[in-house]
Ligand binder design. Structure first.
Ligand SMILES: [Zn+2]
Ligand SMILES: [Zn+2]
Length: 411
C-alpha cells in the first residue's frame, strides 16, 4: 500500500469513528469485556483494554483510529490485567461462518494462496498446511465475492435452525451478524451456556457439524453390528434423526441422475428416479428401507451419509471452542474491506444484503489505479471488472479495493 493510499484509508476510518452520528452498539456487560485494537498507522495490536462505558470507548476510537476493533466473548472480573489473573466469569457461545472454510465453485477464480516459507502457491481454499514444507503460514489473496457470501449465508441458516429447533434457544438469545468481510457471526447469550468449558463447546461444534454422528451405525464391527446394519435404521422426529429424514426427503424429491451419481449411487439411480413417490412414502416416511426392489439398505446408508454433509453447518470450529476468543465488535469497521460488522434479525437472513447494509462510506468518489478485480456490486452500483486501469469509483468501493490490496489512490 502506498503512503497516499494508507493516508486516504486512515482519513476515512478517522472520519467514521470521529463522527458523532456513528453508532457502536456495546456488547452485554461492556465493563466485563476485554477489548483489543489493531492500530491502523502503527500496525500494532493493543490487547487487555477495558472500558466502563461506550462513550469512553468512542472517544478512544476517535483518537486511536484502529483498523479493527475486537472484544472478548468472555466476561471477566478484571478484563485489563494479564490473562491468568483476569478472573474468567463465563463466555457467550459464538460461531464463525467464513467463506474461507467453504469450498465454492468460484473460489479458484478469485482466491490465491502462497506459502510464506517456501513460496509454493495455489488457487482456491487455503490448505491447513503447505503440501511441500508443512508450514502453516500463508499469504492469501481473497475477495468478498457474492456467490461465496451466499454459501456462507446458507451455512448460517442451517446453524440458526439447529440452535432454535434442536437446542431450544429463543430468538432473543441468538444474535446474527455480518462479519464485515467474508462471512457471518452467530452469538448465543444464555445463562446455561455461559459457563460451559472448551470440551462442552466442542460437543456443540461436533453436533452442528455432524462429526461422529453414529445413528447410522457405520462404525461398529462384528456380526451383530452387521446384522443391525443390514436391517436398516430408524429415524425419529427429533434432532439429527429429523434432519436426516427431511434431508433425504428433500434430496430424493429433487434428485437428478447427476445428483444421485454424486451421492455415490452409480448403478441403480434409474430405479430411484422412476419410483420417487413410492420411495418417499414407503422408505422415508414409513422407515421400510428395503421395501422397494433395487434400492437396498446399503444405498440408503450412502444417501444418508451424503445428506448428512449437506445438512451439517460448516463453521470455523476453533472459534467456538476458544473461551477467551476476541471477536470483532458490532458496528465497527473491518480493516480488510471498510465494511461494517452489522447485526440483523435472524428472520431477515435470507433478504440481508451485505453489499448494501454494511456500507459505511456513502458519499463522494475517488480516483484509483486498480490492479485486478472481478466484477462486484456495492452500495447500489455494479462495478468492474477492472484490470490495470485508472477509474473513478464511489468512496466505499475505493476503500474496499485499497484495503483488499487491489488498488492504490491515483496520484
Ligand atoms: Zn511451504
Ligand atoms: Zn466466490
Amino acid at each position: 500500500m502506498t503512503t497516499s493510499s494508507r493516508e486516504f484509508v486512515y482519513g476515512k476510518f478517522s472520519d467514521f469513528y470521529g463522527d458523532p452520528s456513528t453508532i457502536i452498539p456495546p456488547p452485554t456487560l461492556l465493563g466485563q469485556r476485554e477489548l483489543g485494537f489493531l492500530l491502523l498507522k502503527e500496525r500494532i495490536m493493543l490487547r487487555h483494554k477495558g472500558f466502563a462505558n461506550i462513550r469512553d470507548l468512542k472517544l478512544f476510537l476517535g483518537e486511536a483510529v484502529p483498523s479493527d476493533v475486537y472484544r472478548s466473548c468472555a466476561y471477566y472480573e478484571n478484563p485489563t490485567v494479564e490473562m491468568d489473573k483476569k478472573g474468567w466469569l463465563g463466555a457467550d457461545l459464538v460461531f464463525d461462518i467464513d467463506a474461507d472454510h467453504i469450498p465454492t465453485s468460484c473460489d479458484k477464480l478469485h482466491d490465491e494462496w502462497a506459502c510464506s516459507k517456501c513460496g509454493f502457491s495455489g488457487k482456491g481454499v487455503t490448505p491447513e498446511a503447505c503440501p511441500i514444507c508443512e508450514s502453516q503460514k500463508f499469504n492469501t489473496k481473497t475477495w468478498p465475492c457474492e456467490v461465496c457470501l451466499e454459501s456462507a449465508k446458507e451455512e448460517t441458516a442451517k446453524l440458526i435452525d439447529m440452535l432454535g429447533k434442536d437446542f431450544g434457544f429463543s430468538d432473543k438469545e441468538v444474535s446474527v451478524f455480518f462479519s464485515g468481510h467474508r462471512g457471518y457471526h452467530v452469538h448465543v447469550e444464555n445463562e446455561a451456556v455461559k459457563t460451559l468449558d472448551a470440551m462442552a463447546r466442542k460437543e456443540i461444534v461436533d453436533y452442528v457439524s455432524a462429526l461422529g454422528l453414529s445413528l447410522l451405525g457405520g462404525e461398529a464391527k462384528g456380526r451383530s453390528a452387521r446384522r443391525r446394519r443390514s436391517r436398516g435404521f430408524s429415524l425419529h422426529n427429533f434432532g439429527w434423526n429429523r434432519r436426516l429424514k427431511l434431508g433425504l426427503r428433500d434430496f430424493v424429491l429433487k434428485a437428478t441422475k447427476e445428483d444421485l451419481i454424486n451421492a455415490g449411487v452409480k448403478r441403480n439411480y434409474a430405479v430411484i428416479l422412476r419410483n420417487k413417490e413410492l420411495i418417499l412414502k414407503r422408505c422415508i416416511d414409513e422407515g421400510r428401507w428395503s421395501s422397494v426392489k433395487g434400492v437396498s439398505v446399503g444405498t440408503w446408508r450412502k444417501l444418508a451419509e451424503y445428506v448428512k454433509d449437506l445438512e451439517s453447518a460448516k463453521i470455523d470450529t476453533v472459534v467456538t471452542t476458544d473461551t477467551h476468543r476476541l471477536i470483532r465488535m458490532n458496528g465497527t469497521l473491518h480493516g480488510k474491506t471498510g465494511l461494517k460488522k452489522v447485526e440483523f434479525p435472524a428472520k431477515h437472513l435470507e433478504d440481508f444484503d451485505p453489499f448494501e447494509e454494511a456500507v459505511a462510506f456513502k458519499e463522494g468518489t475517488v480516483k484509483v489505479v486498480v490492479s485486478d478485480v472481478p466484477k462486484f456490486r456495492l452500495g447500489g452500483r455494479v462495478l468492474g471488472p477492472y484490470k490495470r486501469q485508472t477509474v473513478e469509483v464511489p468512496t466505499a468501493a475505493a476503500v474496499l479495493l485499497i484495503c483488499k490490496g487491489r488498488a492504490e489512490v491515483a496520484s
